[in-house]
Design a protein around this ligand. Structure first.
Ligand code: ZN
Length: 380
């Protein structure tokens, strides 16, 4: 029986297991830094499946790596990465079903993380189990399930890249089953304006810190940052996500005001160029990055990885691939922009459902992604 037929049969006979697995991992809350229980569950699940000598499990802190067809963990041709952590879901009034129920309704699994990134985790696990079960011949592969993606610390992917240096990477975030060849960068920064307090009936004796921050608010709302070369990723996007002030009382002039900015960068932008744009013409402020800077990246359209991805797409789905760019940032910024590992993105699920109330994923997408990952493993 050829591999395609074997895989179709495998997907059919394992459908209930796939649904059970995804539902079960959605039920396990796995916020950033709290991924341990999920690692334990997946490890137990894999350990019950008769691993052959071709397969190995490696746990590093809150990260899980499955190795396949390897001789040495340093000698990995392709690394698949999906993150274990999710954003919170604490305000549940708008959810149709509780966010950690993992409910299966009309072909979809509902819950926090179902789409971002537990659908991808499920596809990768069943791709690995298929390769393992039939001892399919592939180059050395690593399937990494990384911690600390959503908190923008990138601690998980850094640990994984300390352990193994793959030749190529696939970032398995929701892409609606489309090939992704680049995305915007990301930076969160905080600006604090320092004023002077006084009685609010005598404001001229103080310096209102909120008013000191006003020129920045006005600039971010009304002007666009033109200090970049227009690129395929379009324009940088930024927004104020939080403002706080400190005052002795509600009848005092506030002496401190902090403005939090979320900045999505394009190609060519650096920490310095972004900082210069934000702080230009401001006075009496402190500038504080809230996490490391994640660079934007785009894979060259003639790169062999992208060409191969398009061929594998055609083979898997019998239609022409139309690669896209993500507007959001992923671990791809680390693999591609920091470590220079040629990277693409591909995953099941609609990226617009990520981080939303009533997040869900179609189980059909999960099955389709397994096909793509199996073919990639064969032909890389
Ligand atoms: Zn994600």
């Amino acid at each position: 029986m050829d591999i395609e037929k074997k895989l179709n049969k495998f997907l059919k006979t394992n459908l209930q297991k796939i649904i059970y697995f995804l539902s079960a991992i959605v039920k396990i809350k796995s916020y950033s830094n709290c991924e341990k229980e999920l690692v334990k569950f997946i490890t137990n699940y894999i350990n019950h499946q008769k691993l052959t000598k071709n397969s190995k499990i490696k746990i590093i802190k809150n990260n899980l790596i499955l190795l396949y067809a390897f001789s040495n963990h340093q000698d990995i041709k392709l690394l698949y990465d999906a993150h274990l952590d999710t954003v919170p879901a604490e305000h549940t009034e708008k959810w149709l079903v509780p966010p950690f129920s993992g409910k299966f309704l009309s072909g979809k699994i509902y819950g926090r993380g179902s789409c971002d990134d537990k659908g991808s985790i499920t596809s990768l696990i069943f791709c690995f189990l298929f390769l393992n079960k039939f001892q399919i011949k592939t180059p050395p592969l690593a399937f990494s399930f990384s911690s600390n993606e959503e908190d923008s610390s990138a601690k998980g992917i850094e640990e994984i890249l300390k352990y193994t240096k793959p030749r190529y990477c696939i970032i398995c975030e929701p892409s609606d089953l489309k090939i992704v060849y680049g995305h915007k960068g990301k930076w969160s920064v905080k600006l604090t304006f320092l004023g002077k307090t006084s009685h609010s009936s005598l404001p001229h004796l103080g310096k209102n810190a909120i008013y000191l921050g006003y020129p920045l608010i006005k600039k971010l709302i009304e002007t666009k940052n033109k200090n970049f070369k227009p690129s395929i990723l379009g324009e940088p996007v930024y927004t104020i996500t939080y403002i706080e002030s400190k005052t002795n009382s509600l009848n005092s002039i506030p002496y401190e005001c902090s403005i939090y900015i979320d900045y999505r960068s394009v190609l060519g932008e650096t920490e310095n160029s972004i900082k210069n744009y934000i702080v230009k013409n401001l006075k009496n402020f402190k500038f504080q990055p809230l996490h490391r800077f994640f660079k934007a990246w785009v894979l060259d359209e003639n790169h062999n990885l992208l060409k191969l991805a398009k061929e594998i797409y055609q083979l898997s789905f019998k239609k022409e691939a139309k690669p896209i760019l993500w507007q959001f940032c992923t671990n791809g910024s680390i693999t591609m922009a920091n470590y220079n590992i040629p990277t693409i993105g591909f995953g099941p699920g609609n990226p617009f459902l990520a981080h939303q109330d009533n997040e869900h994923i179609n189980i059909k997408d999960v099955l389709e992604a397994i096909k793509f990952y199996v073919n990639f493993s064969l032909y890389i």
